[in-house]
Design a binder for this molecule. Structure first.
Ligand code: HAS
Length: 544
């Protein structure tokens, strides 16, 4: 199991490295400096941006999550996954990614990570993406299967909390991925192969965002698993409210999916009524994050006070800031306070018209997926890699420094991009290649935010070098000492919860899954059926 988890996570990190190296190019673009023209291996800005988005947001996250959310719940349930099957899914995933990579590297699928039709990429890209998603579903299916077996073998027992959170995440992903599976398999693959003449862009976008918003919770919830299950232990305390942790995950399962229209507030052809219903549901899905903010902060405060921490805020100094895993994750949480606040602005229909499709949006997602999630995953690797390999973490001080540099870099990036967005600078625009007069128009009031964005790209480059030195040093530099390898830092609960009725009710994840399914049908069928009845077909713009 350890080898499998290591392969999944390290493969994810390798893809991330390639994606991350594209980052400074994008940041400098938003500072008005065009580096693309010096990159002979990149045919266009959009090819670089596609590589950046697909590798970082889709490929890295999926590998890493499959690695940890198979390994950790299995350990918590004291079960062994079927290793033959798990290796099969790993190699299948690699196959899918190689297909997509051939298309992107050949500049035949520079369609960005949202691949909106009518832009048409090579079929290899869509087939590869479908295989990537299918492999993740097979991993999730295996975890749900293991858990269902555990429930049968342990009648009346409550699922241990870490396994509970992991299984709830997989259930959510099973439901969430339906949209993209239908979009890619039913529409985009046949269309890109020339088997169907045209595609309905509005329907495709709707199916994309059916998955496209909850996918952010597929990224975020594994980070929450770590914040709830490991941070209290790393801080020297306990989980102060285990039922609250379970409630947060139950709520995510129920309301993560029926919210996708908040990405389509500006799309014509969808009734405002349904947009408003999705907006209200989006506000509901922010609630479990607010519970998490309260609950995780309380666990840290409890730990710090055990160590003599005092005062309203002085206790914070008693937290283990020299522990790189802890520090990276708490910095990730702090970034998410701002990321979450921005998300609520985006979700508010009338405010979204101001920020939609501007640089504000990448500002938002770099402090959510780029920091809250990615920096948490970095933090996890600081205990996970020593745990899996039996090798000591290489240079813990450098690891702490890499976390701070990443945090500062992303916060500066986010400040620059949010600011540029408010000045009306569009997202996904190769502005640095514009004729000087036009670039000057953009830059007129935006010199400071543009400079901030450019500088942040350099800070992040340094942070990445530091982080990958730590990873490589750990994997290849140190001697193996399996006996002293750190254990998984599972936290204990402050009070037993098994007797609680609410906890027992929430343990019925199959029932919650069915309720979630019904809610999703209720809010999506009235939107999708009219699109199917009067499709708006467009032949497409072939990019290859
Ligand atoms: Fe978002 C666009 C709304 C969360 C990612 N989002 C995006 C896109 C991405 C993304 C990638 O409604 C761009 C997609 C594209 O390319 O077009 N987002 C939200 C809302 C939330 C939210 C309401 N987003 C995320 C997360 C992401 C993510 C998480 C990745 C992982 N987002 C939107 C909307 C759009 C959007 C619209 C479309 C906009 C448009 O016009 O296109 C909520 O889930 C946020 C709730 C979060 C909170 C914060 C809780 C804070 C916590 C930290 C506590 C800190 C502690 C530390 C404990 C309420 C949990 C204490 C420290 C001590 C030292 C003690």
């Amino acid at each position: 199991e350890k080898k499998l988890a290591l392969y999944y996570t390290v493969t994810g990190l390798i893809f991330l490295l390639v994606g991350v190296l594209m980052g400074p190019l994008q940041a400098l673009n938003y500072a008005g400096i065009d580096i693309y023209k010096y990159m002979p291996f990149l045919k266009s800005y959009y090819q670089g941006l596609t590589l950046h988005g697909v590798l970082n947001a889709l490929v890295f996250t999926t590998y890493f999550i499959c690695g940890i959310l198979l390994y950790i719940p299995a350990r918590d349930l004291k079960l062994r996954p079927n290793l033959g099957f798990a290796w099969f899914t790993y190699w299948l995933m690699n196959f899918g990614v190689v297909l997509a990579a051939i298309a992107i590297l050949g500049n035949n699928a520079s369609v960005l990570y949202t691949f909106y039709p009518p832009l048409k990429g090579s079929p290899l890209f869509y087939i590869g993406a479908a295989i990537l998603v299918a492999s993740s579903l097979l991993v999730g299916g295996q975890v749900i299967y293991m858990w269902t077996g555990w429930k049968k073998a342990n009648p009346g027992k409550i699922t241990p909390v870490t396994a509970y959170m992991s299984v709830a995440t997989w259930f959510m992903w099973m439901l969430a991925s339906l949209g993209i599976v239908v979009e890619v398999v039913v529409y985009l693959i046949p269309w890109s192969l020339g088997w169907t003449p045209a595609v309905d862009p509005l329907l495709a976008r709707t199916l994309f965002w059916f998955t496209g918003h909850p996918i952010v919770y597929f990224w975020l919830l594994p980070a929450y698993v770590s914040w709830y299950a490991f941070i209290p232990n790393q801080a020297g305390g306990k989980i102060v409210s285990e039922p609250l942790a379970r409630l947060a995950f139950a709520m995510f399962l129920l309301v993560s999916v029926p919210v996708g229209l908040h990405h389509q507030f500006t799309d014509p052809g969808i009734s405002n009524l349904w947009k408003i219903i999705h907006m209200v549901l989006t506000f509901m899905v922010a609630v479990p994050s607010m519970l998490t903010a309260f609950s995780v902060a309380a666990s840290m405060e409890y730990a710090a006070r055990l160590k003599g921490g005092k005062g309203l805020t002085k206790w914070i100094a008693k937290l283990p800031w020299n522990n790189p895993s802890f520090t990276a994750q708490v910095l990730a949480m702090i970034s998410f306070i701002f990321g979450g606040a921005g998300g609520i602005v985006n979700a508010s229909m009338s405010l979204d018209y101001v920020v939609h499709n501007t640089a504000w949006i990448p500002g938002h997602f770099h402090i959510t997926v780029g920091t809250a999630v990615t920096l948490t995953f970095f933090g996890m690797t600081f205990w996970l890699l020593p745990h899996l390999t039996g090798k000591k973490l290489f240079n813990p001080k450098l690891a702490v420094a890499s976390a701070w540099w990443w945090f500062v870099g992303m916060m500066v990036f986010a400040l620059g991009m949010h600011w540029e967005g408010l000045l009306g600078i569009p997202r996904r625009a190769h502005i640095s290649a514009l004729p000087v007069e036009l670039l000057d128009q953009y830059a007129k009031n935006a010199q400071i935010p543009m400079a901030l964005t450019g500088i942040s790209g350099m800070i992040l480059l340094i942070a990445s070098i530091m982080y990958y030195v730590v990873v490589a040093g750990t994997l290849w530099g140190n001697q193996r000492d399996v006996k002293n390898a750190p254990e998984i830092p599972f936290s204990e609960s402050l009070a037993p919860v098994d007797h609680r009725k609410s906890v027992r009710v929430m343990d019925n994840l199959w029932v919650l899954f069915l309720i979630a399914f019904v809610i999703v049908l209720g809010v999506y069928l009235p939107v999708i059926v009219p699109m199917l009845q009067s499709p708006n077909l467009v032949p497409g713009m072939r990019l290859w």
